[in-house]
Write a protein that binds this ligand. Structure first.
Ligand SMILES: Cc1ncc(C[n+]2csc(CCOP(=O)(O)OP(=O)(O)O)c2C)c(N)n1
Length: 326
């Protein structure tokens, strides 16, 4: 997985391809769910720029921890999409041998320590991971993504406090997509801001347009540098939007308006990156078409791989479930 230190042609093109791959992957995941091959997914369509702008600057040695809605985190962190799709379908070739599914994808060698279906649960884990990096004297950074709903969990506040007093190398990244299931952010979050909460824990709290990969990159650059330098954590609130229902077709979206949806879709992260690349002379229409086709082909190959893979053998039921200590 490449690691970029600045915005240039290479990093812009990598971010574009990563976001397009995430979107095509999510579209395919929905088709798999609609076909009854899994029970449903929490789609990350609309939110692709958030992990992409950050992970462009991480290496396999850095850590990411996610949520129930984590396909975009995994792809941005370099997890193989064939193994991911197989995991979604519960196949033996999946990242977790088919035992994790859509909400528990992990790939330790890529530094993707796991999606997690329990809201808010990965925040203290990421903080512990950052403590481990500090104790071991490495320059590794730990990044945890969570939703606006999770931002009021006690786990975030306990973790921010410890991360601040111990100056841990962790980025707390809130993907504020405006709703926790159907509960609006304005109703549920006192004070109307997640970023403001950083002040109570003596760390920077930054708001950023989460539909711009370039802005995500810039904000993350500073936070990552701060973490690697031993200066401690940053809280980032990325304003974004999930275009689909909370968990697919079961959600009639009665709690939000078409105007609101149109507002965010007009600021779509992929469209904006496309414009940025073309206007800046970084790519031509045909370059972008070639990338789009490559992403589509990669996702089609992943779907085929997943379909053709076997389910785990029943004898595997309890393997990898418990760790045995020597
Ligand atoms: C501890 C816990 N409480 C409740 C749930 C049920 N649940 C799943 S997703 C979700 C909403 C989470 O909203 P947010 O953190 O904003 O993330 P988003 O779904 O918007 O990505 C809830 C309440 C859960 N999985 N875990």
């Amino acid at each position: 997985m490449p690691t970029y230190s600045e915005i240039n042609k290479d990093s812009l093109l990598w971010m574009y391809e990563t976001m397009v791959t995430i979107r095509r992957f999510e579209e395919q995941s929905k088709r798999e769910a609609d076909a009854g091959k899994l029970r449903g997914i929490h789609s990350s369509i609309g939110q692709e720029a958030v992990p992409t702008g950050i992970c462009a600057q991480l290496s396999d040695d850095d850590f990411v921890l996610g949520t129930h809605r984590s396909h975009h985190h995994c792809i941005a962190k370099g997890v193989d999409i064939k193994e991911m799709m197989a995991e979604l379908l519960g196949k033996a070739t999946g990242t977790n041998k088919g035992k994790g599914g859509t909400m528990h994808i992990a790939d330790i060698k890529k530094g993707m320590l796991g999606a997690n279906g329990v809201v808010g649960s990965n925040i203290p884990v990421a903080t512990g991971v950052a403590l481990s990096a500090k104790v071991r004297g490495t320059d590794q950074v730990s990044v945890v993504f969570f939703g606006d709903g999770a931002s009021s969990q006690g786990s975030l506040h306990e973790a921010m406090n410890l991360a601040s007093i111990w100056k841990l190398p962790v980025l707390f990244v809130c993907e504020n997509n405006r709703y926790a299931e159907s509960t609006p952010f304005e109703y549920a979050v006192a004070g109307g801001s997640v970023a403001n909460r950083a002040a109570g824990y003596a760390m920077p709290g930054v708001e950023v347009d989460g539909q711009s990969a370039v802005e995500m990159f810039e904000v993350a650059r500073e936070a990552i540098a701060r973490a690697r330098a031993g200066d401690g954590p940053t809280l980032i609130e990325a304003h974004t939007y999930r275009y689909n229902g909370h968990m697919g077709a079961d959600d009639p979206l009665g709690y939000r308006t078409q105007e609101e949806q149109d507002y965010y879709e007009a600021r779509d992260c992929i469209k904006r990156m496309e414009e940025h690349l073309l206007d800046g002379g970084y790519a031509t229409e045909s370059d972008l078409k070639a990338i789009d086709e490559r992403a589509l082909a990669a996702v089609a190959e992943a779907a085929k791989f997943a379909d053709e893979s076997p389910f785990p053998d029943p004898s595997e039921l309890t393997t990898d479930v418990y760790v045995s200590y020597p």
